[in-house]
Design a protein around this ligand. Structure first.
Ligand code: ACO
Length: 311
C-alpha cells in the first residue's frame, strides 16, 4: 500500500517525529505555522511596551534592573521567533510590514494599559503565568525550530512569572494601600488574561487542525481551565479575591467552574479597538522608523567589507 506524501507527513506527526525546515510539508501546515509564530513574535515585541512604561518609575534600583532585564528578554524572544518563522520562508520585512500596517494580529492582552506599579506584578504573575502554560507544551510542538526556540523562552518566562508573583507578595504584605493596589490590579487583569488563551474551542477555527498536526498540544479551553485551577490557590495565598462571583470548586471535575468571558470585549480588542491598540502600533512604527539609520549603516558596512574583500 503506497502512502501519499500527505499521509506520510501525518504518520511522522503521529509518531512524534519533528518536522524540520527542509522536510516536505503541506502548504496549509506551513501557513498555519507562519501565522502562529509571527503573531507570537509580534506579541513579544508589543509586549515590551506596557512594562516599558514603568522602567523609569520602578520603585527601587533593584526593581528597575529586574524590569529592564525582563523587557530585554522579550525583545530576544521576538527575535528567536522571527528567525523560526524565516525557516518556513517568511520574510522578516514582510512580517514587520504586516504588524506596522495593522494587518497582523498580536496578543490582545498588550492592548490594556499599565496604570499602577501593581500592574507590573499582575503582568508577571498572571500574563506571564498564562504565557508559560501556553508555551511549555509548545516545547513539544511538531515543528522543530519553533519547539527549540520555546525551550529558552520558557526558562526566561518562568523567571518573569516569579518576579511578578514576588511583586504581588510584597504589595500584599505591605500597607493597606499597597494591598488595595494589588487587588485593584487583579480586578483589571483577571478577565483579559483569561482571553489570552483565545476563543472557546467551539468558536476557534484553527484548533482542531492544529491539534491534529500537533502544533497545539492542548486546546484553548483546556489551557484556560488549567490556568484558573493554578491561579486561584495562588490568589488565596496572597489574600486576594478573584473578581468572578461564579468561581466555584467543582469536586466532580477536580477543577474550578468559572464565569463567562466577555467575548464581545475580546473581539473588539482583536479588531484593533481596545484601549491602547493605536498607541501600541504607533510606538512600534516609530521605533522602526527611528531605527532606519542603524539598518542603513549595517548595509553600508556590509557593502564596504564586500568591496574590500573583492580587491
Ligand atoms: N489575541 C489576539 N488574537 C487572538 C487571541 C488573542 N489572545 N487568541 C486568538 N486570537 C486570534 C487567532 O490568532 C486567530 O486569528 P487568525 O485566524 O486571523 O490568525 C483567531 O483569533 C481565532 O483563534 P484560534 O482559532 O483559536 O487561533 P489559534 O489556533 O492560533 O490559537 C493561540 C490562538 C492560542 C494564541 C495560539 O496561536 C498560540 O498558542 N500562539 C502561541 C502563543 C502566543 O502567541 N502567545 C502570545 C502571548 S504570550 C506573550 O507574548 C508573552
Amino acid at each position: 500500500l503506497e502512502l501519499t506524501q500527505e499521509e506520510q507527513f501525518q504518520a511522522r506527526i503521529d509518531a512524534d517525529v519533528r518536522i524540520e525546515p527542509k522536510d516536505w510539508m503541506p502548504d496549509a501546515y506551513r501557513k498555519t505555522l507562519i501565522r502562529q509564530i509571527s503573531q507570537h513574535a509580534h506579541s513579544e515585541l508589543v509586549g515590551m511596551l506596557p512594562e516599558g512604561n514603568w522602567i523609569t518609575r520602578a520603585p527601587s534600583l533593584k526593581r528597575k534592573s529586574i524590569l529592564l532585564a525582563k523587557v530585554q528578554d522579550e525583545a530576544g524572544h521576538g527575535l528567536y521567533l522571527y528567525s523560526a518563522a524565516e525557516t518556513l520562508g517568511a520574510s522578516r520585512d514582510q512580517m514587520l510590514a504586516d504588524l506596522h500596517s495593522g494587518k497582523a494580529k498580536y496578543s490582545s492582552i498588550f492592548n490594556y494599559p499599565t496604570l499602577s506599579w501593581a500592574d507590573m506584578g499582575c503582568v508577571g504573575w498572571l500574563v506571564d503565568g498564562a504565557a508559560i502554560l501556553n508555551q511549555v507544551p509548545l516545547c513539544r510542538t511538531s515543528y522543530g525550530p519553533y519547539a527549540r526556540a520555546m525551550v529558552r523562552v520558557c526558562k526566561e518566562e518562568s523567571f518573569h512569572q516569579r518576579q511578578g508573583f514576588e511583586i504581588m507578595q510584597t504589595l500584599c504584605e505591605g500597607s493597606p494601600e499597597q494591598k488595595a493596589m494589588a487587588q485593584e490590579g487583579l480586578n483589571r487583569w483577571w478577565w483579559p488574561t483569561l482571553m489570552m488563551f483565545g476563543p472557546a474551542d467551539a468558536d476557534s477555527p484553527n484548533t482542531a487542525q492544529s491539534m491534529n498536526w500537533r502544533i497545539k498540544r492542548f486546546t484553548n479551553d483546556e489551557l484556560r481551565q488549567k490556568f484558573v485551577d493554578m491561579m486561584v490557590p495562588q490568589a488565596e495565598f496572597l489574600g486576594l479575591t478573584v473578581p468572578d462571583p461564579n468561581l466555584k470548586w467543582n469536586e466532580a471535575k477536580q477543577g474550578y467552574d468559572f464565569g463567562d468571558v466577555d467575548w464581545e470585549e475580546f473581539w473588539n480588542v482583536v479588531k484593533g479597538n481596545g484601549m491602547c491598540n493605536k498607541e501600541r502600533l504607533q510606538a512600534r512604527v516609530q521605533a522602526h522608523e527611528e531605527g532606519a539609520w542603524v539598518r542603513e549603516a549595517a548595509l553600508a558596512h556590509a557593502e564596504k567589507r564586500k568591496q574590500r574583500e573583492a580587491v
